[in-house]
Design a protein around this ligand. Structure first.
Ligand code: ADP
Ligand code: MG
Length: 241
């Protein structure tokens, strides 16, 4: 069991440089996407789907890279968010994997809220789920938990996939660390770690080779949420404990 949140501050120089490049690439990619959508309305083609998904892949890589190394280019504000909602929405993006992977949801205290950056959190949860699906070759199960314990909201994502060798655990979260030789960017977990770090969360990884991996994230509901509540007396009082 490791806790790597504390050494997240040290992002490699190469990560910083790549973030600069990513920033330059994101805008043209986004505008290409817009024009493609216009063209799609005018011309029939069976290639649109492939073009779109490749483009989405490129944009997603660039977004990950940006949110890892250059938080200042990601000017999202903290708001009151419900992690259960984000988990549900993000899980639905993987519906096409349902034929092979079973998802077990254990959601408790579903109305609990945290103070967070919604889009960053969505991306982080997406990245964790994507890894879980990718770790499972063939059939398996992904278990997603959500519960609140005192002033901490806890989520966990576990899979029955191939696991992480213990000598690799310390490298998790390092930008560009990947064992996926053809398809990996090694940026997903960096985004996960930096996002949860920004939310003052703790991340625990528990993994056994050939058995599976469990990521547990404990996010404090934070003083900011409490002061936010005090400022707005009409704020949802149904928060469960
Ligand atoms: P990528 O998925 O592009 O390889 P990530 O940063 O998302 O990059 O993950 C880095 C590496 O961590 C992966 O290549 C894999 O070796 C390991 N890893 C992450 N999550 C899991 C998981 N749920 N099961 C097994 N290995 C994992
Ligand atoms: Mg990944």
């Amino acid at each position: 069991q490791i806790n790597r949140v504390s050494d997240l501050e040290r992002l490699s120089a190469i990560g910083q440089i790549s973030a600069g490049i990513a920033h330059e690439i994101r805008n043209p990619l986004t505008s290409v996407k817009g024009f493609l959508q216009l063209m799609q309305k005018e011309h029939e083609s069976s290639y649109w789907e492939i073009i779109n998904s490749e483009l989405e892949q490129a944009i997603s890589t660039v977004q990950n890279l940006l949110s890892v190394s250059k938080p200042e280019t990601n000017e999202e504000n903290f708001t009151v968010v419900n992690l259960c909602e984000i988990l549900e929405n993000t899980l639905s993006l993987f519906d096409h994997e349902m034929y092979r992977v079973q998802v077990e949801k254990r959601f408790y205290n579903t109305s609990s809220k945290i103070f967070g950056k919604r889009n960053q959190l969505k991306r982080a949860i997406f990245n964790l789920l994507k890894n879980a699906y990718e770790a499972i070759e063939g059939n398996g199960t992904i278990t997603v938990e959500h519960y609140r314990s005192n002033d901490v909201v806890c989520i966990s994502i576990s899979d029955t996939g191939k696991g992480i060798p213990s000598d690799k655990l310390s490298q998790l979260g390092t930008p560009f660390f990947t064992t996926k030789t053809d398809s990996g960017t090694g940026l997903g977990l960096s985004q996960v770690y930096s996002t949860f770090h920004e939310h003052k969360a703790t991340i625990y990884v528990d993994s056994t080779e050939n058995q599976g991996t469990k990521f547990t994230i404990r996010i404090p509901t934070t003083d900011r949420l409490e002061s936010h509540e005090q400022m707005k007396p009409v704020f949802d009082k149904t928060m469960d404990v």
